[in-house]
Design a protein around this ligand. Structure first.
Ligand SMILES: Cc1cc2nc3c(=O)[nH]c(=O)nc-3n(C[C@H](O)[C@H](O)[C@H](O)COP(=O)(O)O)c2cc1C
Length: 314
């Protein structure tokens, strides 16, 4: 097998999950630096991409020098997906392109996402259309099903349509994020197709990651557990178990804020705002709950430096 995914899967490590509102350029940069096998953008609407008229779309824009980044698209109309793939390739230099078949959010219903699990033949036609528009690997990220597990059937159909890789989040759409991801069901998919299967769901610790790595998947994907903890990728890539000191974590939290300010630039008030990181920064310092109240109020990277000063200076 050749292509981007095959070239990355010949080494140890884990993949950064696509997460709307989280897996943006700054988070991807930190994960990539720590050795993530690849990262995946937040999902981008194929239709939205067609209506946009330049490569400045922040959801798709890479950070300078970014590589090994997969762009995820969602939609339900083959012609839109094919055109969006061309735009994505032209504007955003992706390493591969992924189709979202797992998003259960209501506003995406009827337009793709997990809805495609109810009409998988539509998903197969989307994969074929996407492949007709690019020579890059095209992959899909599914849940187990809409309200019951039909992941093996769907994965085999996606493989036949030409998908180069499938990621399985081990929950149904109906479950949203409740209950536990079913890794037995993920393993069944991995055993039923000849393309690599990446497993996703509830990996928050190194032990969990290592246990899941031996379930027959080609690699594991980490989402929520990587928020404030990019070192999970380093540990899985290198085999070491190190969780850095509070000083190193505080420095990385500040760096995250600086990358945020740099990538997004000034808002309409002329402020390089880091407000979207209010939900992220405390996760770097779970052992310093006394900083939480201040970290969830920061506006700028300077605020972050002030709040973290006691730790930064060591
Ligand atoms: C806030 C949030 C946003 C997400 N956005 C996406 C998305 O844009 N595309 C996608 O395929 N999955 C998305 N997911 C699902 C994750 O990629 C992942 O499959 C899921 O969270 C389970 O993995 P985890 O337990 O490691 O977080 C999102 C999850 C969360 C929590």
């Amino acid at each position: 097998m050749s292509g981007f995914y095959a070239s990355r899967l010949n080494r140890p490590g884990a993949v950064l999950a696509p997460m709307a509102g989280y897996s943006d350029a700054p988070m991807r940069q930190l994960a990539a630096e720590q050795g993530a096998l690849w990262t995946v953008s937040e999902m981008i609407s194929a239709r939205g991409l067609m209506e946009h008229d330049g490569p400045d779309l922040t959801l798709g824009r890479p950070y300078p020098g970014e590589s090994a980044r997969v762009v995820q698209l969602f939609g339900a109309i083959p012609e839109y997906l094919a055109a969006a793939v061309q735009r994505t390739e032209e504007w955003f230099a992706p390493a591969a392109i992924d189709l979202n078949m797992g998003c259960p959010v209501p506003k995406v219903h009827g337009k793709g996402g997990a809805c495609l699990l109810q009409t998988p033949e539509v998903a197969y036609s989307l994969i074929r259309a996407m492949k007709s528009a690019t020579t890059l690997d095209v992959s899909a990220k599914i849940r187990l099903g809409w309200d019951e597990n039909r992941a093996v059937e769907v994965a085999q159909g996606l493989e036949a349509a030409g998908a180069a890789m499938i990621t399985v989040h081990g929950r149904t759409s109906k479950q949203r994020y409740t209950g536990e991801a079913d890794w037995d069901a993920i393993a069944q998919v991995a055993a039923a197709v000849n393309i690599p299967v990446i497993g996703s769901g509830d990996i928050t610790t190194l032990d969990a990651a290592r246990q899941r790595q031996s379930s027959g998947v080609a690699a594991v994907m980490i989402g929520r557990g990587a928020v404030g903890n990019p070192w999970l990728f380093a540990a899985l890539a290198s085999g070491s178990d190190e969780y850095p000191s509070a000083q190193v974590r505080a420095r990385t939290a500040l760096r995250h804020a600086e990358l945020q300010a740099e990538f997004y630039g000034e808002d309409r008030y002329g402020v390089r705002s880091v407000k979207p990181l209010r939900k992220v920064l405390p996760k770097y310092l779970p052992d310093h709950p006394e900083l939480r109240d201040e970290l969830v109020k920061v506006d700028t990277a300077q605020d972050v430096a002030r709040v973290l000063a006691p730790l930064l200076d060591g």
